[in-house]
Design a protein around this ligand. Structure first.
Ligand code: CA
Ligand code: CA
Ligand code: CA
Length: 371
């Protein structure tokens, strides 16, 4: 027995134990542990070396299809059970949780891996899982107190009960974008907020530096590219227009992206009368065009249908149009409805709560005033 080995132990009890005749068995265990340690990452049972990589608020058509993708920045960050994504509103007040992990993940990656070469972890809604078409690592729908991502301004932080590991703020967030109790040795000041969340896009990390984090420089809105911990994904993009096949309405046409959504933000200003709406070319592609129909309110009230509507603009490129027509007579008014179309076909003028829906006439490919 080597007395010097005994002296290295600080605990007297352990000292006696190691210096008993069992020391040879203990020495074999130590040898095994030493060998094993050579094949495993230096940090075991960890979750703190993680960065938020994508924040996806859903699409114009499916706003409930939301996910957050985390990315390990070192190997072995698999012990996520109990960790969660916390959400704050634009003032920095805690809204609740986007979701909580109720289990660990399997893949810790290759020893020595670094961002973005280590495994991802995907947490989101079943609507997002269905939209993307492959299993997420954690679905969150039924979790108590869950909140959706605040679109215009907010902050998401990946954290455990006592430590915060990474945050991204966006849009109009005006709260404090720092953390007090970092769970790693990375930058604790995340700087200015990134761009607002935008339906159809994932707020995507384009660079990672543990020592220097700046949300406004590190993130931008790109089309989503989610990956699960196993590496499973649906990220093939046949026409290379940036929108993956499962979301692309035409996989062989770079001028068409998402199928057109119902128009939002329809407004009338004037005089002179100008009708405008939210453009969809960023989400539906360069082939996006708009139809605008116009009719009289007294006609609409009398007939309870849109069959007297006129086509005011057909297949127009701009997201606004002037109405040079005369003002309606006193006691009457003018209504406008618009839809988007792209190379995949026309979208809808929208739906009312009535059955049958009077707008079905406008959406009918044969009867519609602006074919
Ligand atoms: Ca595509
Ligand atoms: Ca396409
Ligand atoms: Ca048309």
């Amino acid at each position: 027995m080597n007395p010097s080995k005994c002296m290295n132990l600080s605990n007297g009890l352990a000292h006696r134990s190691l210096c008993t005749p069992h020391h040879r068995i203990l020495a074999v265990w130590a040898l095994l542990l030493g060998l094993t340690a050579g094949f495993l990452p230096p940090v075991m049972a960890a979750e703190h070396l993680m960065a938020i990589q994508e924040v996806f608020p859903g699409t114009l058509v499916e706003p409930a299809a939301q996910y957050v993708m985390l990315r390990m920045t070192s190997s072995g960050q698999t012990f996520v059970n109990g960790t969660y994504v916390e959400l704050q509103d634009a003032t920095g007040a805690v809204l609740g949780r986007f979701g909580t992990f109720d289990h660990n993940v399997l893949s810790g990656g290759v020893f020595g891996c670094a961002y973005p070469g280590c495994p991802a972890i995907l947490i989101g809604t079943t609507a997002a899982q269905s939209l993307l078409g492959f299993p997420f690592d954690q679905t969150v729908d039924s979790q108590a107190g869950r909140r959706s991502l605040p679109l215009m301004g907010g902050r998401a932080c990946f954290r455990s009960t006592f430590s915060v590991f990474d945050c991204v703020a966006w849009g109009s967030f005006g709260g404090t974008n720092t953390i007090a109790n970092p769970g790693n040795l990375c930058d604790t000041n995340f700087g200015a907020p990134a761009a607002p969340l935008s339906p159809g896009f994932a707020l995507t990390r384009k660079q990672f530096s543990c020592a220097s984090k700046e949300n406004s420089l590190d993130f931008e809105n790109r089309f989503p590219h989610p990956v699960a911990n196993s590496g499973m994904n649906a990220n093939s993009d046949g026409d290379q227009d940036g929108l993956i096949d499962v979301l692309d309405c035409a996989d062989g046409d770079t001028a068409a992206l998402y199928f057109p959504a119902p128009i939002s933000g329809l407004a009338v200003t004037g005089p002179p009368t100008l009708v405008s709406w939210e453009p969809q070319d960023r989400t539906s592609g360069s082939s996006t065009l708009y139809d605008v129909v116009r009719g009289g309110l007294l006609d609409l009230r009398g007939s309870r249908s849109y069959e007297l509507a006129d086509c005011m603009q057909n297949d127009q490129l701009a997201n606004s149009t002037a109405d040079p027509g005369p003002d309606p007579p006193e006691g009457d008014g003018v209504y406008y409805l618009a839809r988007a179309a792209n190379n995949c076909g026309p979208g809808s003028y929208g739906n009312s709560s009535l059955i049958p829906d009077p707008r079905d006439f406008l959406d009918d490919p044969i009867k519609t005033p602006c074919p």
